[in-house]
Design a protein around this ligand. Structure first.
Ligand SMILES: Cc1cc2nc3c(=O)[nH]c(=O)nc-3n(C[C@H](O)[C@H](O)[C@H](O)COP(=O)(O)OP(=O)(O)OC[C@H]3O[C@@H](n4cnc5c(N)ncnc54)[C@H](O)[C@@H]3O)c2cc1C
Length: 479
């Protein structure tokens, strides 16, 4: 329970609009996209400025109350899942674009701004914000920073960290740290780089300075239609091996196509295809033509059945709407969706897509694949019903086993979704006790009391073994 005195003090900072106490209005905050982990927060705070965030964090710090930052709650690993006895602090009222500087190609925004709204705000200057998570119509830039998010076009442009120039961060005790540059190569340690990907455990980002990218001269969008998922994977491996650089290479398998085509996101993907490969090539006209020709030759060599080309912006948008709406479309299959996120060597795409799929099928789970193939970033998606305890147990087991399989094959635990609660225990598969102890030491430097988003990302046991002082258990395990 949050002490009454603290609630009153928080209310004095954020007012009625920024304090959610009513149970029915708190329930929507009980989880993020990892639906089997839930905890209704005792209170939700929605401050409207850096100053309000600072005063709220100082008050929570003084009362020893944990704080979980939250953007739009689209995370898929439980990163924004509330903790018992803690406060959930959302950035939903901090959505302003503060500055667009077209000449120097950067923008300053509040952390709650929705990703796609930034591109909308600078498109008239011939600029865009490159990282484009498929959730970009909903997710916040603060969440993108905390998770170092990727997206289909990050194959060419790189994940969020490549685009963040500066931050204003409120530290867990309420102190404001202004790292808002923008400096390309700052003196001293790269604190902005360190904060990016810290999953809400170092403080709350309230303002973000991002690099803007010039819109490409030409964009060519192709859809390769394949008779098998194996052949689609092989085509991607061959494109990578040939050193070609399209901006996006996305695979959707047969079950995903069926779900998309039955939904409002229907994109005209052929129902009888075993898989489709959505390809985008961007750049100067000559560069685009040469890259697309080379890709087309590779598709042919790998048995593509047909290649379609978007001839106008409407067709292009439709093809992408199918890809970006794929998770939403899966809502037709079952009430809940577990989206795994693992990375594999791109020479082993066929083998590991098959192995992860077989593993889920053997557990009687409904799996489909839609993923950033160019980055070797698999998303085996399992449709399930969280009310079925046995099915949830099998989903969790499958997630753990898929991660272990991909790490053993030379891959990594996450390409973009982060670790959160979902993969916390598996950090030990990839990192040594020394690595983990160092990460804990870094976390301690930002948050010595360990009350920012406790119980996320870092496995508890490995750190306790290598640390010299006891680590408090995360709130959910104490409860
Ligand atoms: C349909 C769908 C498609 C998706 N596609 C992609 C994709 O293509 N690529 C990708 O990378 N991800 C994808 N995701 C995952 C998710 O959208 C991203 O991780 C996104 O960055 C989360 O943003 P959010 O605002 O929803 O953050 P939340 O889910 O609210 O929070 C995520 C994490 O960030 C922390 N946090 C949030 N705001 C702040 C802040 N201001 N300061 C400090 N910490 C903060 C939270 O504590 C939490 O740990 C997808 C999710 C969905 C539902």
């Amino acid at each position: 329970m949050i002490p009454h005195e603290l609630l009153e003090a928080l209310h004095a900072v954020v007012g009625d609009a920024g304090l959610v106490r009513d149970a029915s209005r708190r329930t929507p905050y009980e989880c993020d996209g990892l639906a089997y982990e839930r905890c209704v927060p005792d209170v939700v705070l929605l401050p409207a400025s850096t100053e309000e965030v600072s005063r709220c964090l100082a008050l929570c710090h003084a009362h020893g109350v944990p704080v979980v930052p939250r953007g739009a709650g689209t995370g898929l690993t439980g990163g924004a899942t509330p903790v018992p006895g803690g406060v959930l602090l959302g950035t939903g009222r901090m959505r302003r674009v503060l500055e667009v500087n077209a000449a120097d190609r950067f923008a300053r925004v509040q952390a709650g701004l929705v990703n796609v709204d930034l591109t909308r705000a600078c498109a008239h200057e011939g600029l865009f914000y490159a990282p484009d998570p498929s959730s970009q119509a909903a997710c916040s830039l603060g969440g993108n920073v905390a998770n170092n998010s990727g997206g289909p076009h990050c194959f060419k442009y790189g994940n969020t960290t490549r685009h963040i120039l500066g931050l204003v961060v409120v530290l867990p005790d309420g102190e404001v740290l202004d790292l808002s540059g923008p400096e390309v190569d700052p003196e001293g340690y790269d604190l902005v780089g360190l904060f990016t990907g810290s999953e809400g455990m170092f403080g709350v980002a309230t303002e973000i300075t991002v690099a803007l990218t010039p819109s490409p001269e030409v964009t060519e969008t192709l859809l390769g239609i394949f008779p098998s998922l194996d052949a689609t994977c092989d085509a991607v491996s061959a494109i990578i091996a040939a050193g070609l650089e399209p901006s996006a290479l996305e695979i959707l398998d047969k079950l995903t196509i069926a779900a998309v085509e039955a939904s409002v996101f229907a994109a005209g993907y052929p129902a009888d295809a075993e898989a489709v490969l959505l390809i985008e090539v961007e750049g100067a006209p000559v560069e685009c033509r040469e890259t697309s020709d080379a890709i087309l030759a590779i598709l042919e060599r790998n048995g593509v059945r047909e290649v379609r080309r978007a001839t106008d912006e409407l067709q292009r948008k439709k093809l992408w709407a199918g890809r970006k709406g794929a998770y939403g479309a899966m809502g037709r299959v079952a009430p809940d969706l577990y989206v795994s996120d693992v990375v594999v060597p791109r020479t082993k795409l066929r083998e590991l897509v098959r192995a992860t799929t077989d593993l889920c099928v053997a557990k009687g789970l409904r799996i489909c694949n839609v993923f950033h193939a160019g980055d070797g970033n698999l998303h085996p998606n399992i449709s399930y019903d969280r009310r079925d305890a046995d099915e949830v147990r099998r989903v969790i087991e499958a997630g753990d086993e898929m991660a272990a399989l991909c790490v053993a094959a030379g891959g990594t635990l996450s390409g973009e979704h982060g670790i959160g609660i979902e993969k916390r225990a598996q950090m030990e598969l990839y990192f040594s006790p020394v690595d983990l102890a160092l990460m804990h030491a870094v976390r301690d430097a930002w948050d010595p009391a360990e009350r920012m988003n406790p119980g996320k990302l870092l496995p508890i046991r490995a750190c306790m073994e290598t640390r010299t002082r006891p680590v408090p258990a995360p709130a959910e395990e104490r409860a």
